[in-house]
Design a protein around this ligand. Structure first.
Ligand code: ATP
Length: 304
């Protein structure tokens, strides 16, 4: 019999998972998994719990929480030789990664999708000692992800970032960077760079339209130094995925990317602060087997 370990954050979202736990356990048992659960107690506990599940050779880890919890679980698995399969039940405030995989936010619906058994090996991003699933970035403009209130994000989606960008741009200074990507160099003043594993960033579904999650490559999108008028124009092109040919955008695909800068530059990983640059990004090719939705598989197949 296969063994599944649920690692859940009881404080995540509106604490709804605990109530549903008996039914979730019942459904996984019924589907043939001997299933147990661990409630995380504090920051970092999901990483430890994942390490223990790896040591005990569980077949499946089910991470229930927000992106923070999922990231911690991945942290506990990524360096291990044996890695269980990973399923996500999104119960957090932000669950961009589950959204990218097409896992619904309703707990029992998410379980139904998981039990359909669509499994794919997907790439993981690593930078310095951190991991990310969707996107990493740097440059003053990425700092606006901390400035946009989450209520506004829910209500307005990409428009919230767009408005914040317009508000902040006049006070933002470009940063001089040197970026090495697969042995080549980019050297210029930039407003922002994005290293993307998926094609969806903060509600912009087409920022990196070519980004596939199982090809071993990041999409590197750089916005050069721009003025406000150019920014507004490019941001509106980006909503349609038509920005990549613009002269202010540098776009390429790469497996390894190193970013150097003389100035202090913050790194943003999946919408959270991720330390300071310099950073060396590595794409871990098809590193973890994820449970995904049928819709995700169809979407990936369309990107070539
Ligand atoms: N029992 C706990 N009490 C308090 N914090 C916890 C507990 N367990 C885990 N955490 C921490 O809570 C953080 C955020 O959790 P998570 O991403 O699952 O939920 P969220 O609802 O999306 O939260 P947030 O809105 O704070 O991002 C995790 O990174 C983890 O370190």
């Amino acid at each position: 019999m296969k063994r599944a370990r649920i690692i859940y954050n009881p404080t995540s979202g509106r604490e709804a998972f605990k109530k549903e736990l008996p039914e979730v356990l019942r459904r996984f048992e019924e589907a043939g998994y001997e299933t147990s659960a661990h409630a995380t107690k504090c920051e970092g506990d999901a990483t430890n719990a994942a390490k223990i599940a790896v040591d005990r050779k569980f077949d499946l880890i089910i991470a229930a929480g927000g992106d923070g919890t999922i990231n911690e679980v991945i942290h506990g698995m990524a360096e291990q030789e044996y890695r269980p399969q990973l399923a996500i039940i999104p119960v957090g405030t932000t669950n961009d990664f589950a959204r990218a995989l097409g896992i619904p936010r309703e707990i029992q619906k998410a379980v139904s999708v998981i039990l359909e058994h669509h499994i794919r090996k997907l790439d993981i991003g690593k930078v310095n000692d951190h991991y990310f699933m969707n996107i990493a970035g740097g440059g003053k403009l990425t700092e606006l992800t901390y400035e946009v209130p989450s209520k506004l994000k829910t209500m307005l989606g990409q428009l919230a970032y767009y408005l914040k960008g317009i508000e902040m741009l006049p006070s933002l200074k470009p940063t001089k960077v040197q970026i090495e990507y697969d042995g080549k160099w980019f050297d210029d003043e930039i407003m922002l760079f994005l290293v993307s594993n998926t094609n969806s960033v903060g509600g912009f579904e087409k920022i990196a339209p070519e980004a596939k999650m199982d090809d071993g490559y990041f999409d590197l999108v750089i916005l050069r130094k721009t003025n406000l008028a150019e920014f507004v124009r490019i941001a509106s092109l980006a909503t349609k995925g038509a920005h990549l040919d613009d002269k202010n955008i540098f776009y390429t695909r790469a497996n390894r990317i190193k970013v150097h800068t003389e100035e202090k530059m913050q790194l943003n990983l999946d919408g959270e602060y991720g330390g300071l640059l310099p950073g060396e990004f590595e794409n871990l090719y098809q590193h973890i087997e994820f449970f995904v939705s049928e819709g995700f598989i169809e979407k990936q197949a369309k990107i070539e």
